[in-house]
Write a protein that binds this ligand. Structure first.
Ligand SMILES: *Cc1c(COP(=O)(O)O)cnc(C)c1O
Length: 379
């Protein structure tokens, strides 16, 4: 065992110290007015988030998963519908269509950027059409690990196939593509404020973005039990999907430091690229984009090597994580849904991927120590 202090994988305590004054002031305001759900902070946050990512409408909700669900409910997606999504993502992306009675159709990803593969997506849509059992209805593009998916290609496929295009931005709020922040590339965009995401609350939270006034209105209705113009007019089956004022207050405080945090994450990613690029496979940047660097994942030659490196790093006080040890079509919850189509990249990545710490409160010494430990472990 190393005698050095372990480096935190995520350091929410250090971040709290940086925002302490603003945070306390905002929380005190909520305690004074006592409008704990959809209070004034929620409206202020929605305006700030829309401005930040250049979207027309923002509707805050109770989590990233609920954001995905509300977006799918608004399109009436359900039984008999096929929803195309990457096999290499967090379970929530696939859980939502399944919960609504639709069938998730898994698509493979790019081996170096880890983003959904548009060529394979086209092939999967053609396969589902040819089989004639399910109706292709929607694509969920995921911006994995902080980087953007190929939105121009996905938008073209959605347009020509007349499919609803949903952006799962849960990991990548703050990322941009071709000089434009993510938030308006798809018909709707869902993000998450789970504490470990780049912009995280102190509990669950999420948001939907859309350019469509009609969709925004539907989302507001659906997050409050399908209510109409008055509270006791029920227009449709909705859910309890509202955001707490306390979470909005936390997010408003964090938003003030978010741009500098994104720069700090980018600086760390560059050091990793430079120091580790010759020893391990570092992530390839999506061209003409900026990543939110939720996760910095390297690839090792094989599973035994990955597990050995992870153990060596742990002994050196360097925590790592495996996102994701199993692609979704291999999970017990989804394997029955899968049509046996080969997804070789997702399966290969699951055995070789390893995420290094990347958060704005890592010091230069921490980053130096992490690089040294990785280089020693692979040599
Ligand atoms: C975290 C995450 C979600 C779900 O967000 P929650 O706020 O935890 O419900 C959805 N999709 C992806 C890709 C995620 O990483």
């Amino acid at each position: 065992m190393s005698d050095k202090k372990p480096i935190p994988f995520l350091d929410l305590k250090a971040q709290q110290v940086r925002i302490a004054t603003d945070l306390r002031r905002r929380l005190d305001t909520v305690l004074e007015h006592c409008q704990f759900v959809l209070g004034p902070e929620v409206r202020e946050l929605e305006a700030e988030l829309a401005k930040f990512c250049g979207a027309k409408h923002c509707v805050s909700v109770s989590s990233g998963t609920d954001a995905l669900q509300i977006a799918m409910m608004a399109e009436d997606i359900g039984r008999g519908d096929a929803v195309f999504l990457p096999a290499f993502t967090y379970t929530a992306t696939a859980e939502v269509p399944l919960l609504l009675g639709a069938t998730p159709v898994f698509v493979d990803v790019d081996p170096r950027t880890f983003q959904i593969d548009p060529a394979h997506l086209r092939q999967r849509i053609a396969e589902v059409r040819a089989a004639g059992k399910l109706k292709p209805r929607a694509i969920i593009g995921v911006d994995l690990f902080g980087q953007p998916a190929d939105w121009p290609a996905l938008a073209e496929i959605a347009r020509s196939d007349e499919l609803f295009l949903l952006d799962d931005l849960a990991q990548s709020f703050g990322a941009s593509l071709h000089g434009k922040m993510l938030g308006s590339q798809a018909d709707a965009t869902a993000t998450s404020f789970f504490p470990s995401k780049p912009l995280g609350a102190y509990g669950d939270g999420g948001a939907l973005f859309t350019e469509s006034e009609d969709r925004a209105e539907l989302y507001r209705s659906l997050r409050t039990h399908g209510e109409g113009k008055t509270r006791y007019e029920v227009l449709r089956t909705g859910m309890n999907g509202r955001l707490d004022s306390i979470q909005a207050a936390v997010l408003l405080a964090k938003l003030t430091v978010f741009p500098e945090e994104l720069l700090a994450r980018e600086r760390i990613a560059r050091v990793y690229d430079q120091r580790l690029g010759n020893a391990v496979t570092t992530p390839r940047r999506v061209p003409d984009s900026a990543s939110a660097w939720a996760i910095y994942a390297i690839l090792l030659p094989d599973e035994a090597g990955r597990d050995r490196v992870q153990a060596a790093l742990r002994a050196d006080g360097v925590p790592t994580a495996i996102y994701y040890p199993r692609p979704l079509h291999r999970q017990p919850a989804y394997s029955a849904q899968h049509d046996d189509s080969a997804l070789p990249v997702s399966e290969d990545l699951a055995g070789r991927i390893l995420a290094l710490p990347i958060h704005p409160d890592l010091t230069e010494d921490d980053v130096d120590r992490i690089c040294g430990a990785v280089l020693a472990a692979v040599s």
